[in-house]
Design a protein around this ligand. Structure first.
Ligand SMILES: Nc1nc2c(ncn2[C@@H]2O[C@H](COP(=O)(O)OP(=O)(O)OP(=O)(O)O)[C@@H](O)[C@H]2O)c(=O)[nH]1
Length: 882
């Protein structure tokens, strides 16, 4: 059975919950708090009681006329009963006696509310059951879908409504219900005759619709917004007629309505301004089935927005959103639907949904590959692409440096490799391309990308240090990429070098050396002395031979972006490794959202070249945007095609990004609300290159716990600009973090004037450490307890003015005046307070040390006993750690 809360009733009646509770208690209802619920019947009785003062517990004196009248009604022919109007004018077939008597009955009841029974089935029964047992609890079940209206209408208004009704004779059968008393609606016929009649009335479906309309007229209120279907049973509507009644002044004057306007209906249209519980499922299902018949199968792209889906379904977008909402997910019309939601929607709407790959429209890589497969291939051997990975300081840069015979490591800030670079070396007349990925943990994500573009991974392990976390990570990445791994056991020049330990540790990770029966090459090297380097290069070439790396240099180019940045005077710059084909100056290329005509190509030494062959690294100038690292670049025939691809991709990514930011599930929503309590550090990150930016973003996102987190307001490549400062000043406490970028004079000034802090770094560790420190500063300090001392109570003195004083001996540490103490009895803490007085003999002291006797007064505590222990302690605030 439906329940209604006291608060709801109070709200409806414009009264305080407390008053309603009082009335409810008066009525004998079990109600304690405003949140208590009562069933709808009690709710109605309660409202009636509150409004009329008439307790439903005290049986209403029923006029003898009433029963007479009802009996008469029973005798009346069915049709006349059904159409029996209250007002004589309305239906000529009505029995005047009944009407008159009804009004007499009403007159005898001081009820200021009237109940209108709109349902035919109730109508008949009710008419007859007036004389029946009104308090029969079984009667209650008859009423479903109540509409309780608190508002009393002035007599004038009601009269007017009555007049209006008269003009709608077709509704006559319901009219008779209008002034029916509340009790009469609740009562049910107890004799079988009445029930029979009721059944007959039920068979008149045509009546139902008219009921709803008639009610509209009767109340003269706007009900257009909320249509509740007649099959929506189990509905409780407590509308606010203050809102709903939009009666013009003129009309108001004319209106004469019966003062009792409480209506109890089973099925009705009604204003849903108040409380409502509406079982809508039935209606929706019906609608769906109908529409599903219209469209039984649709084809949609993998990425589809809500409104697009609605269009395909030929449904209003609101309906789709509503459906999603009922599934617990909030979508806006522009949001992309995820696979699960599409499946559920397809199921709900009963359509077959086939997804077609929409991305193919701008999948230039696929088009390139298909073209290659179709055409004749002039395959030639290409240079292997090698990625060096390994734990920090195990010698990646030194190794590559030695190989290239150039001192790269010496020039780097802090000795850490900041950027991904690609370099080519020659060995035995063949080229080998190296991609250098940095060893810092923050670059993990970028490394994983690096592993994908490479043919072979070299994992550098320092022979004196063995396998470390990043060694494991490197192995995992290489394994995931499915590329062969060569182990360079470095620092073999060191005395502490232990290559066997390295072998054993790696064997545990599934990387077993060939000389141990495995399939992995372990090459002992020294980046310092150059020992084993030639062996390493030869091993690489042997491995490359096994891979049979080939490409067709006669084709148009396909390359992978290794690194990209925005350079002053050069614009977007991308380092790419050619996978297939040849890249030439003047080529029209597209790489993700970037496109353009190749203005210049620079080799790994920074020298301008005209072309780059498969396997070679090259720096590309002339792109419209900074392409993302890991993006595939291809050349296309015309600028238009390139532009089109890039535009579609950009739009696609933009929409996806938008979708991500707006699509929130209800669960997420509540999480977000919970997160409102979170303290966040808003930051704006600016970095010189994409790789560093990604790495910083990744690391900062990890700096969080349940209480605090870093909120990346914006992140971009390039120098710190005035608009960055403006953005930072717009959000409180936002700082700007610059990596390898510096603010210029005006930006600095603007930051100073708007109180925005700019922090710049050259070393990624420093940036992360600083942010970690700031974030931990945001955390609530941790309160740590420090024990000071303990004393045993030997005697208890009652001292005038001071109360009970514990005569103690300090057994440990010190007892100090004013510090916090605990009283411990039989090992259990029985009191916590502070030392109010501390005496040595007669003197007040601040501190008493171990082994000394003292008198301790405890603030607010007199129940001290011999044998108790007093433990003194202090609370120390400590900075929270992540
Ligand atoms: N003795 C000895 N020292 C080496 C060898 N290789 C590298 N080192 C030293 O080890 C330290 C770290 O070398 P890097 O090449 O910077 O190591 P990395 O792995 O590139 O470090 P990150 O770029 O910071 O990840 C430097 O001081 C090198 O001089 C080697 O074979 N023998």
């Amino acid at each position: 059975m439906d329940k209604v809360r006291i608060t709801e009733i109070a709200k409806e009646l414009g009264m305080k919950s407390k008053d309603i509770i009082e009335k409810a208690i008066d009525m004998g209802l079990d109600v304690k708090a405003p949140s208590s619920s009562i069933n709808t019947e009690d709710a109605e009785k309660l409202m009636n009681y509150v409004l009329t003062g008439e307790s439903p517990n005290t049986p209403k004196p029923i006029s003898p006329l009433k029963s007479v009248e009802v009996k008469k009604a029973e005798v009346v022919e069915k049709p006349s009963i059904v159409e029996e109007p209250k007002v004589e004018k309305i239906t000529p077939t009505k029995t005047k006696t009944l009407k008159e008597k009804e009004s007499e009955v009403l007159n005898t009841e001081p009820l200021s509310l009237s109940v209108e029974q709109k349902d035919d089935e109730m109508l008949q029964g009710d008419a007859e059951e007036i004389s029946e047992d009104k308090n029969d609890p079984t009667n209650v079940r008859k009423r479903r879908g109540l509409v309780i209206v608190k508002k009393k209408r002035p007599e004038k208004e009601e009269q007017l409504i009555e007049e209006k009704k008269e003009t709608h004779l077709s509704y006559g059968s319901q009219e008779q219900e209008k002034s029916r008393s509340f009790d009469s609606i609740f009562s049910t016929p107890s004799n079988s005759d009445l029930q029979k009649k009721k059944k007959k009335v039920k068979k008149l479906p045509a009546e139902k619709k008219t009921n709803a309309e008639k009610l509209d007229i009767a109340l003269n209120i706007e009900m257009t917004n909320t249509h509740i279907d007649s099959d929506e049973e189990d509905m409780i509507v407590l509308p606010d007629l203050n809102e709903g009644l939009k009666v013009t002044e003129e009309v108001k004057k004319k209106k004469q309505i019966d003062p009792s306007q409480i209506r109890t209906t089973k099925k009705t249209n009604f204003v849903m301004q108040g409380i409502q519980r509406v079982g809508r499922k039935k209606r929706r299902r019906t609608v769906m089935t109908q529409e599903a018949e219209a469209i039984s199968a649709i084809e949609i792209p993998e990425e589809i927005r809500v409104y697009e889906f609605a269009e395909k379904m030929n449904k209003p977008v609101g309906e789709v959103i509503k459906e999603l909402f009922s599934l617990g997910v909030m979508f806006t019309k522009n949001d992309f639907l995820d696979k699960d939601s599409i499946e559920i929607l397809a199921d709900t709407f009963g359509v077959n949904v086939t997804t077609v790959n929409d991305q193919e429209a701008f999948d230039y890589v696929k088009a390139y590959d298909e073209e290659g497969e179709a055409g004749e291939q002039n395959l030639v051997e290409r240079a292997p692409v090698i990625t060096i990975m390994g734990h920090v300081d195990h010698g990646k840069t030194s190794l590559l440096d030695y190989i290239r015979s150039a001192k790269v490591a010496a020039g780097e800030a802090g000795g850490i490799t900041q950027h991904v670079g690609a370099y080519m070396v020659e060995k035995n007349g063949r080229n080998i391309t190296f991609i250098d990925t940095p060893g810092h943990e923050a670059f993990t994500e970028m490394r994983s990308r690096g592993a994908k573009v490479t043919d072979i991974v070299i994992v550098v392990v320092a022979a004196d240090d063995g396998v470390k976390p990043q060694t494991k990570e490197a192995v995992e990445h290489a394994k995931a990429a499915g590329v062969p791994i060569i182990i360079a056991v470095n620092k073999m020049d060191k005395e502490s070098a232990n290559p066997d330990l390295v072998k054993a540790q790696l064997a545990e990770l599934g990387i077993t050396p060939i000389d141990w029966g495995g399939e992995h090459e372990f090459v002992p090297v020294s980046a310092k002395t150059g020992m084993g380097i030639e062996d390493l290069l030869e091993t690489i070439l042997l491995q490359a031979d096994l891979l049979e790396l080939q490409a067709d240099p006669s084709r148009e180019v396909k390359a992978t972006v290794i690194e990209s940045s925005l350079e002053k005077g050069r614009g977007p710059v991308a380092t790419v490794v050619i996978e297939d084909g040849t890249m030439r100056v003047g080529d029209i290329v597209v790489a993700g959202i970037a496109f353009g005509k190749v203005k210049a190509l620079l080799n790994d030494r920074g020298l301008a070249v005209k072309e780059a062959k498969p396997g070679e690294p090259v720096v590309v100038l002339g792109l419209s945007e900074v392409p993302g690292a890991g993006e595939t670049l291809i050349s296309v025939k015309t600028d238009k095609i390139a532009r089109e691809y890039a535009k579609k991709k950009a739009e696609y990514l933009r929409q996806k990004e938008l979708s991500k930011s707006t699509k929130v599930s209800l669960d997420e929503l509540s999480d977000m609300i919970a997160e409102g309590a979170l303290k966040t550090l808003p930051v704006i990150i600016k970095a010189d290159v994409q790789g560093s930016l990604e790495a910083i973003k990744g690391s900062l996102k990890k700096i969080r716990n349940a209480e605090t987190k870093v909120n990346i307001v914006s992140a971009g490549i390039g120098g710190i600009t005035e608009s960055d400062v403006a953005l930072a000043s717009a959000s409180s406490d936002c700082i700007i973090l610059g990596f390898h970028v510096r603010p210029t004079g005006t930006v600095k000034e603007r930051a100073k004037s708007s109180g925005v802090e700019i922090k710049t770094y050259n070393i990624i560790y420093d940036l992360i450490d600083d942010v970690t420190n700031i974030v931990t500063g945001l955390m609530a300090p941790v309160i740590r307890e420090e024990n000071i001392g303990q004393a045993m109570v030997r005697e208890v003195f009652a001292v005038p003015k001071l109360g009970h004083i514990a005569g103690c001996i300090v057994t440990d540490g010190t007892i100090n005046r004013g510090v916090k103490i605990r009283v411990i009895r039989d090992g259990v803490i029985i009191y916590e307070g502070s030392v109010s007085s501390l005496k040595r003999f007669k003197d007040d002291v601040k501190e008493v040390g171990k082994g000394y006797e003292c008198g301790v007064g405890i603030e607010g505590y007199t129940d001290i006993k011999v044998g108790d222990y007093i433990e003194s302690f202090k609370e120390v605030e400590e900075k929270a750690k992540l």
